[in-house]
Design a protein around this ligand. Structure first.
Ligand code: PDD
Length: 276
């Protein structure tokens, strides 16, 4: 079933207007939630980010946040998903193509969920990454439907045989194509500050909280690509990837070339957080 506005519509009956501004302009915002044990993980954090993203692009939400939460929860129950993801987007609505905001269009909410297993293989073994220049706009903190910069970066990574693209602006690492990135050097965890250059990842915030609880030192500072290449450990964080070690960057081993001890420590703290 697809949740479309107020209705649950079977997938094969679902139609989207060609005049939806999401289709024309990527004019909308989205969220991806993780479902663990039939529940939306970090629901409030995702909802807060949704409200913020919508506000930043001056998009009026079609329902109250309580109503949206209720709809999403009933979708999860109806689909009987125990372990999976929920995708939701809200666009500025349906109107003849014109850049200026339409006067009377009703924003369009669409959501569905899928059963998705945790990527336990890559969480354990790690992935490789390549560096790609970050060519995106300067509001990467908005979870907007416009993802061309991310799509091109991920495609380049895959074509170069890697699992993720580490994005950098003139050598300063920001985040990855669909995840945040952190590195460890001499026992300190470094990650880019939550400003306009990165998406303020829900998983990133959970990991930083867990790291503090574990008594680990964190510095929210941008590091260079060179620093990442010289790091003891590196890992990505994200709703679907959780905490996934990066074991090689541009063909060069990170640390020992195996998931490092702080990464593994954080993974086990995260594991506890998702089952509690
Ligand atoms: N992506 N940075 C970018 C560019 C992302 O697209 C994502 C998530 C993250 C991690 O954010 P979070 O921890 O809140 O998932 C960081 C989602 C999963 C996606 O677009 O599919």
């Amino acid at each position: 079933m697809i949740l479309y506005q107020n209705q649950f519509v079977p997938k094969d009956k679902m139609h989207i207007s060609f005049e939806d501004r999401g289709y024309y302009f990527g004019d909308g915002v989205y969220e991806v939630f993780r479902i663990y044990r039939g529940k939306l993980f970090e629901k409030q954090a995702h909802m807060r980010r949704l409200v913020r993203s919508a506000g930043e692009i001056r998009l009026r939400l079609p329902y109250s946040t309580e109503e949206i939460e209720e709809k999403l929860e009933s979708l999860v129950i109806q689909e009987q998903i125990e372990e999976g993801t929920l995708y939701m987007q809200i666009t500025r609505g349906i109107a003849p193509r014109a850049h200026v905001f339409p006067k009377n269009a009703e924003p369009v909410l669409m959501a569905y969920c899928n059963e998705v297993k945790r990527p336990l293989g890559s969480i354990k073994e790690g992935i490789t990454a390549v560096s790609v220049e970050d060519i995106r706009w300067h509001r990467c903190d908005i979870k907007s439907l416009n993802l061309l910069g991310n799509v091109l970066a991920k495609q380049e990574a895959v074509e170069r045989g890697a699992g993720e693209a580490i994005l950098h602006r003139s050598g300063r690492v920001t985040e990855c194509s669909a995840s945040n990135v952190m590195m460890v050097k001499d026992g300190v965890i470094y990650t880019h500050p939550a400003d306009n250059c990165i998406l303020h990842g829900v998983t990133r915030a959970v990991v930083l909280k867990l790291a503090r609880q574990e008594g680990l030192e964190i510095r929210e500072e941008a590091r260079s690509l060179e620093d990442f290449l010289q790091a003891d450990e590196a890992f990505i964080t994200g709703t679907t990837v959780e905490i996934t070690p990066i074991i090689r960057i541009d063909g060069q081993a990170v640390g020992t070339g195996r998931p490092g001890p702080l990464t593994v420590q954080l993974q086990s703290a995260f594991e506890k957080a998702i089952i509690s």
